[in-house]
Design a protein around this ligand. Structure first.
Ligand SMILES: *Cc1c(COP(=O)(O)O)cnc(C)c1O
Length: 362
């Protein structure tokens, strides 16, 4: 007899359950748009959005504040679009003003951007940029994979045509299933389904799932991914999205206050920092790897930055289940310890006290 195991022997996911998952995600995103489920990590959902919307003749304005934005531009180009990359300074957010100028200069059909970056901890000014895009009548795609759950992503209120989310970051879930909300006008300009089904074709998903009455998903979905997504949504709904947003806001505020009280100049001003990750600067003459090597044993939650500014910063992660006092305080102490080992003068006690007092006041 082969012993039963919850992993390979997960119970079936009911065909009627997929539409419920999509509706629960739509509620959390504040949208009446269709939500489709993509059984793959969020990078695949982003590529699907780009290949479904990119076409010859389309001019796209693509905000680049990390690798993800750079990839999105590449996928749009691959689909035949003309892409104008709007690249921010390394490790900094884009400004609404730069976007406004680009929208005035070029005849843009689509604007794509990442909301908040887990790679560097920055926050792009989403509401301002969406307002500009709406005024210009431009279709919008937002990568909210990292930000959703840590910052409000009110899709309909902001007029986001296509929003991509994944459970594995702030939502605190598994990476195997992501979701995309799609406005009616985005469906209207979507590339049609091809001869053979493709995971990168959203029109295929519409034909095979939405137009077919939102029952079973096409193909052979892996039940365990959908059970995991359902459990993730259960947990978010039990906490409440508002409480979850507050928890991330408080954790970020505590971390930033703590870093400042250590005596360290913050990487970006608070209004440009995300609630997900705080970028901690690396002392002159050292690399991010030097700093992580100087961390106390077991402080594995502090990682070098990613991308062009990655060498200059480490990421203090307070995302998902880590947005809590125990993690913030221990990361702060570990960061202070590593800075001291590299010869910096830091006031660890003041840092911890400042962070603790933010939690106490919350
Ligand atoms: C993590 C992340 C993704 C998705 O990456 P995966 O490799 O699917 O985890 C996409 N965009 C942003 C901004 C992210 O932080």
């Amino acid at each position: 007899m082969i012993p039963w195991s919850p992993l390979p022997d997960a119970p079936d996911f009911p065909a009627s359950g997929f539409a419920q998952l999509a509706d629960r995600i739509a509620d959390l995103l504040g949208t009446r748009n269709d939500v489709v489920l993509v059984q793959a990590e969020a990078v695949v959902a982003l590529e699907a959005a780009a290949s479904s919307l990119g076409r010859p003749g389309l001019v796209a304005l693509n905000v680049v504040t990390s690798l993800y934005g750079a990839w999105f531009g590449g996928w749009l180009r691959h689909a035949g679009a003309t892409v104008i990359d709007l690249t921010a300074e390394p490790g900094r957010p884009i400004t609404a003003q730069v976007v406004a100028e680009a929208l005035e200069t070029h005849d843009i059909g689509l604007l794509a951007m990442v909301h908040a970056e887990s790679a560097t901890g920055i926050l792009n000014p989403l509401p301002e940029i969406m307002a500009l895009a709406q005024k210009a009548g431009v279709m919008t795609v937002v990568d909210a994979v990292a930000s959703f759950g840590g910052h409000p992503v009110p899709v309909d209120a902001l007029g986001i045509d296509v929003a991509v989310i994944g459970p594995q970051k702030t939502m605190g879930g598994q990476a195997g299933c992501s979701a995309i909300s799609i406005s009616p006008r985005a469906w209207d300009v979507m590339n049609p389904a091809g001869e053979a089904p493709s995971i990168l074709s959203l029109a295929d998903l519409k034909a095979g799932w939405i137009d077919a009455g939102r029952g079973a998903l096409p193909g052979t979905p892996s039940p365990i991914e959908f059970h995991a997504l359902a459990a993730t949504l259960d947990r978010i709904e039990a906490e409440g999205l508002t409480a979850m947003l507050t928890r991330h806001g408080v954790a970020a505020q505590a971390m930033r206050a703590g870093v400042a009280a250590l005596g360290v100049m913050p990487w970006v001003a608070p209004e440009h920092a995300s609630n997900l990750v705080t970028a901690g600067p690396v002392p002159e003459g050292y690399s991010a790897d030097d700093l992580t090597r100087a961390l106390p044993q077991g402080a594995t939650m502090i990682a070098p930055g990613v991308g062009p500014a990655g060498e200059r910063l480490v990421r203090l992660n307070h995302t998902g289940p880590r947005a809590c006092p125990a993690v913030v305080l221990s990361e702060l102490a570990a960061y202070a310890g590593a800075l001291a080992r590299l010869g910096e003068t830091v006031d660890c006690g003041a840092g911890l006290a400042a962070a603790a007092s933010v939690f106490e006041g919350a």
